[in-house]
Design a binder for this molecule. Sequence first.
Ligand code: FAD
Length: 565
Amino acid sequence: MADYAAVPPPPPRPPDSRDRALERLGEQAWDVLVVGGGITGAGIALDAASRGLRVALVERDDLASGTSSKSSSLVHGGLRYLEQYGFGLMRESAVERERLRRLAPHLVRPLKFTIPWSGRRRTRLIGIGLWLYDGIAGFQGPSRHRRLETHEVVAHLPGLARHLDGHGYEYSDCRTDDARLVLAVVRAAERFGATVLTRAEVTEVRRAGDRVVGAAVRDRLSGREVVAAARWTVSATGVWADSLRGMAGAGAPMLQPSKGVHLVFPASALRVETAGVVPSQTDDGRSVFLIPWDDQVVVGTTDHAYDGSLDAPGLDAADVAYLCDAVNAAFGTTLTAADAVGAYAGLRPLLSDEGDKAVGTDQLSRRHTLLGEPPGLLTVTGGKLTTYRAMAREAVDLIAEDLGGSRGRLRSRTDRVSLGLSGSLDAAVARAEILCGRLGLDPAIARHVVCRHGDEAPELLEVAAEYGEDAPLVPGLPYLAVEARWAVEREHALSVADVLQRRMRVSTRDASAGLSAAPRVAALLAAAHGWGAAQSEAGIREHAERIAAERGPVPLPGAPASSVL
Ligand code: FAD
């Protein structure tokens, strides 16, 4: 069997490649036009392109600019689906988790969780649940769960104020960086020949009789419009799926979005050595995760029905209170919005239970749905980050079967396509450390660079040495100055937010959202795309305004005065 992990990374993209991609979009007859550049669209583009189909992907904003950069970034079996007897979903998620650890060892890393629950009966139930959790995964997870004694619970979560019966449990799942996972999948699709265009919005779905035969795509940078002809158009538009179905004249809305928010605190305010799970302080029976991230902790998430703007969800005081109350009750802290260094809000594309908003969104299905009507349009939505690959395989199986002939016999091979690191993580880090030594760079940056850039790490280190850009982009965060250049030149970044919010997570993790680095990023973009001073300034201002609006009650020091909305 061929080893697709050996496929080399693409060559650097020449500056005019975006114009060429737009022309190609209108010229070629595509087998599959994917609309949406989140994890779902990325996965479908990779699955289809690696089967040899002609694939184009259009995204109206940036890759992962929707829900796929707003998740908890867990690649997990979904422990809480136990309560809903969601054994099938858990099994599929656990299998996909293990597959992703193999395909992207640099991006999908094991993470230990500690559950310090109170009450003997509850603790016993959790123990039974964790046996099931490990068992459903075929005992193949990163490590098996175990019961913890009091001193171990305290060692794992040193800040913990109360755990009533003194015991707890440890179990394992995995963590990733959701936006970088999307990028890795998209770039793998490009290696197989997919054409990818961001800032390209589908404004109209084209039909010939009953059948959808492609879409009109507007380039949001130049205003140009092209018609992309496709045998199958796939809507991977997440919470916007009802809008695309509306363009195609398809039936009733099928989604009930739910909002989920996260707060980011400095580890000095919330001491955790492992990830933790604590109960919410409402009667919704949910738990709140605390996820360590270098010297910060991400706390999330809320989950409730949302009917505001799909384009700009933000935090409100109730969201902040929900998370802070859970943490403060468990840790005896007095955290408020003012203690957070960052915050973000995302929308889950949950399938509506016949539109019944009385149903708690926690109870709505995390399963995905595939809807093949009208003919020629396949809507793929719902689901989770973790199971994107299985979801994509299912979607492209349907398309391949419809295309028939030799194409219909093509099988998915994404279970063997590397997502950017061939070989072991430790070996790649060791090689990068040696290279750092040779280039006069600090070997301590090697692991960070490999974990984010995989096989491209050596080339990135060479560029860092060439430009002297091996220092942090923003003090206190591990991202390097060279990564901004790399994002602009290699990773489809077209705005300040693309660089600071998604290629790196600076805007989420820096109290000032990385605004100190924004002029530098704007200068790189200006050089690459011929921006003038006014356009650079507008780009920075727009980014600051969006972050301020999303953070809501969480302060954004250093924002331009007019950014207060
Ligand atoms: P999106 O990422 O939203 O992508 C849709 C894209 O379509 C957008 O980029 C949008 O710009 C584009 N688009 C829309 N309309 C058009 C158009 N007309 N033309 C062109 N492009 C268009 N899952 C996990 O497995 N683990 C987790 O830890 C986890 N945590 C979560 C926490 C929260 C708070 C939330 C909200 C979700 C979480 N999920 C998690 C679920 C997971 O994040 C989502 O299922 C997944 O990101 C959805 O991806 P998507 O590609 O379907 O949608």
